[in-house]
Design a protein around this ligand. Structure first.
Ligand code: NAD
Length: 336
C-alpha cells in the first residue's frame, strides 16, 4: 500500500520533505499540497510532486479521503490548529518544530492525542535520528557511566536583523533542549542564563552569545553555549562527562588535510548540511508508523516539555543569572 501524504506549508522544509517522500523514501507519495502563498505550492508541485492536488484550504486537505497522513511544515504559530485538526480526523501527523508556540498550545495537543487514545503525532526533532547522537546515546549507556555533566555548544555563523534574543531559545537552543533530555533520559528542573560580553557582530537588539545552564532531576548540570554570530561556521558540539569516562559527538565527515604546516579539517557553514541524513531517517520512521495508523519518534509530550523548558529559559534571560524552576506535570501513560 502506498501511503498518501498531504503537506501543509510548502516553503523551504515543506518542499524538501516533499522531495524526500517522492524521490528518496519508499512507501509513500505526496498527493496534496497547501500553502497560504499558492505560488509556493505550485513551485513544490512543479519541482517535486506533479501529481499532487493543490488545496486552497488546509482543513479541506486534512479531511480529504485521498490523504492518509499529514505533514505540517508551515510557520510555527499555525502548527497547533493543523495538528489538532489532524488528530480530530484520526490521521497521523508529522509536525515540524515547534509543536506549538506556547506551552498551553502544546498541552492542548497532548490532551487531544490522549483523548484519541493512540499516538498520532511525531514532532520534527530530527537530531534524535542523527547517527552521531545515536552513537553518543549508546556511549552514555555503555562507556561513560552515569552522566554528571554535559558541555554543549550551538554556533551559527550569523543571523539576520529579525533574530531577537528569545529566538536563541525558541529557534536555536530548542534542538539541544530536546536532544539532551533524550540523551540523558532525564527531565529538567531549572534553567539559568548568563550573558558574557556581547559580540561586536551581534546587532543592536540581540544579546549574543549566551550560556544556558540546565539542571536535571537526576542532578546532571548542562551548559550550552549559544553563539549565533560566531562567524567561522555552523558548529554543534556535545560532550558528556560521566562517572567512568567522557564521550563526544563526532565531527561531521570532512577531508583532513596536511599542508603548509597546518593539520586541517573543513567546518560546515550551512545548518541544512549538518543533519541532512537525519531528516531522511525521521521521515522514514514517520511513514513506517503512519502506515500502521500511528506515530513514532519524538512525541507530542516531548514537544510540550520542550515548550515548557524554552519558556523557562526565556524567563531566565531576564533573571540576572537566577535559576528559574521548570515544573512539569506527571508524564501521561500514553507517553510512558
Ligand atoms: P518557510 O518560510 O520557508 O516556509 C513556510 C511556508 O509556510 C511558507 O511557504 C508559508 O507561505 C507557509 N505558510 C505560512 N502560514 C501558513 C498557513 N497558515 N497555512 C499554510 N501555509 C502557511 O519556513 P521553513 O524554513 O520551511 O520553516 C517551516 C517550519 O519548519 C518552521 O516551524 C520551522 O521552525 C521548521 N523548521 C525546522 C527545521 C528543523 O531542523 N527541524 C528546519 C527548518 C525549518
Amino acid at each position: 500500500m502506498i501511503l498518501k501524504i498531504g503537506v501543509i506549508g510548502t516553503g523551504a522544509i515543506g518542499q524538501d520533505h516533499t522531495r524526500r517522500i517522492n524521490r528518496v523514501l519508499a512507501g509513500a507519495r505526496v498527493t496534496a499540497l497547501n500553502d497560504v502563498n499558492r505560488a509556493n505550492a505550485e513551485t513544490c508541485q512543479r519541482d517535486h510532486a506533479p501529481e499532487a492536488r493543490i488545496f486552497d484550504d488546509a482543513h479541506a486537505l486534512i479531511k480529504d479521503a485521498d490523504v492518509d497522513a499529514i505533514l505540517v511544515c508551515s510557520w510555527g504559530q499555525t502548527h497547533e490548529d493543523y495538528v489538532l485538526a489532524a488528530i480530530a480526523a484520526g490521521k497521523p501527523c508529522f509536525c515540524e518544530k515547534p509543536l506549538a508556540t506556547t506551552a498551553e498550545g502544546a498541552k492542548r495537543i497532548v490532551e487531544a492525542e490522549q483523548a484519541a487514545g493512540r499516538r498520532l503525532v511525531q514532532v520534527g526533532f530530527m537530531r534524535r535520528y542523527d547517527p552521531g547522537y545515536v552513537a553518543l546515546k549508546k556511549a552514555v549507556a555503555g562507556v561513560t557511566g552515569a552522566p554528571l555533566m554535559v558541555h554543549a555548544a550551538h554556533r551559527n555563523p550569523r543571523v539576520g536583523e529579525n533574530y531577537l534574543t528569545p529566538m536563541a531559545i525558541h529557534d536555536t537552543l530548542i534542538h539541544e533542549i530536546d536532544v539532551l533530555r533524550w540523551l540523558l533520559d532525564d527531565d529538567y528542573v531549572s534553567a539559568r542564563v548568563f550573558f558574557p560580553r556581547k559580540s561586536p557582530r551581534a546587532h543592536e537588539n540581540l544579546r549574543d552569545p549566551q550560556v544556558v545552564v540546565l539542571e536535571t532531576a537526576g542532578g546532571v548540570v548542562i551548559d550550552v553555549e549559544v553563539f549565533v554570530n560566531c562567524h567561522y561556521g555552523y558548529d554543534i558540539q556535545c560532550e558528556i562527562v560521566g562517572e567512568d569516562g567522557i564521550a563526544r559527538l563526532p565531527e561531521p565527515m570532512g577531508i583532513q588535510t596536511r599542508s603548509g604546516a597546518v593539520l586541517g579539517q573543513p567546518i560546515l557553514m550551512d545548518w541544512k548540511d549538518r543533519f541532512i541524513d537525519s531528516y531522511d531517517y525521521e521521515l522514514a520512521d514517520f511513514l513506517k508508523a503512519a502506515a500502521q495508523g500511528t506515530a513514532a519518534g519524538p512525541t507530542a509530550w516531548d514537544g510540550y516539555v520542550a515548550a515548557v523548558t524554552a519558556d523557562a529559559c526565556v524567563a531566565a534571560q531576564d533573571a540576572a543569572g537566577e535559576a528559574v524552576a521548570i515544573d512539569l506535570p506527571a508524564r501521561p501513560a500514553l507517553y510512558a
